[in-house]
Design a protein around this ligand. Sequence first.
Ligand SMILES: Cc1ncc(COP(=O)(O)O)c(C=O)c1O
Length: 359
Amino acid sequence: MALEFSERIRRIPSYPAAGGYAHDVPEVRLASNESPYPPLPAVREAIKHALSTLNRYPDPSNALLRRRLSERYGVPASRIAIGNGSCDILLAAGEALLEPGAEIVYSWPSFSVYPHLSAASGARAVTVALDGSERHDLEAMLREITVATRLVLVCNPNNPTSTAIPLASIVDFVEQVPAHVCVIVDEAYCEFNLLGDPDASIELLEHHPNLVLLRTFSKVHGLCGLRAGFALCGSEQLPRVLDQVRQPFFCNALAQAAAVEALAHQDAVIDRVTRTIAERISVGERLSALGLATADSQANFCWSHLGPDRDEREVMRGLQERGVLVRGGTALGCEGALRVTYGTPEENARFLEALAEVL
Ligand SMILES: Cc1ncc(COP(=O)(O)O)c(C=O)c1O
């Protein structure tokens, strides 16, 4: 007999990547906005060192990591939350803030995990269309905030469209959001954003206790396999509550050690960002030569529309047959588009060659 699951569980959508790889792992993996660069040698050493104490539980307070983050970003450690990836923080924030009768506001299409927050809590999801340039329409989002709104999510740069909004617009927005509404600006890709200094948003935390900047070690630090994310918060409230709703030891010892070490290598971050942006420019030129309309990417991936005459599934199949895996727009709520992570120069060349053949 089949098990009977709760109504709440039946509402929760599957995460697009949860199915894993249907056959063999593809040769060129450009579907998950991962870093193509492996963890730094010093980070691998730190992980190796931490292996010998795996008989002990990890530090449940993540004290060293929060101290290093505090030094790096100038935010008190008491206002920094750590997560088993930044998704863990998102989901815990949803659990802490949302309930039936409450509302959450976010743009769509955006990060595929956001719909989980309303589904899991029974809160109402209010989605706001992106503007004509596939950017967040913050004015329209403001209009959707009601007395029932508890949480607003702004993905900047936005996944899957890769577009970003300038800091001035965020400042204007946050000033108009009522103080009882938590605003999470998801900055998973902020290091790749050339519209301004990625860390300029941090100053806003001093004036807005309801603001949270969500960051991750998964992207520019290339540690998504380990799971470590963090949130820089405007007050101590959210970090405290997040610890109440999660299991203890949510960030494992290897992830803590690796993240601490990764923070000591900002020069490598700059180098990787520079290389990714060089690829962003050259892949963008090739995509437009192939006739694809591509959004203005400020991230480590691009978002290209195939146009009315091309079938997304056929293009995806053709790429897969050539060993290249990208993400189709349909899985992300927008048919007829491709989201493609920038890989190494060799991987990007393989992708572009395969795409030219398929088209
Ligand atoms: C916008 C956005 N936020 C957060 C994440 C989650 O990252 P992680 O849980 O690996 O930190 C992702 C991952 O793809 C993302 O695209």
